[in-house]
Ligand binder design. Sequence first.
Ligand SMILES: [Zn+2]
Length: 142
Amino acid sequence: MQKRKFSPELIAPCGMNCGICKAYLAYSRGIPKERGKVIHCPGCLPRSKNCFIKRGCKKLRKNEIKFCFECEDMPCENLDRLDRRYRKRYGMSMVENLKELQGKGMEKFLKNQEERYECPECGDVISVHDGKCYACGHVEPS
Ligand SMILES: [Zn+2]
């Protein structure tokens, strides 16, 4: 079986792929922590701390739903705010991710994410936050 860069537990309820987050990449690619600069995070779900999306949502807190697309109110105000910020700053949309997840399923979604964020130099992962590959140091031109 082909080894996957992203696993399902890296996909947060809001649709964020933690596998492209710079805090996850620094953590998983062995970049040393640096005060105020390099943050380490194993991913929203593995870390199991409540983010503001989860804090603001009874259905997520009670595990009635796993992803926001299961909710009839998607996008709620919190998700919409997060989504707008990510679309503007990082060219990524949680809501689009969620719709793709819902429509195509986890496997296909993970595969598309791998292709979309693949480092052209080494084949690892480009971070959505800073366009950087934490494996080889390649930086995407912005
Ligand atoms: Zn690379």
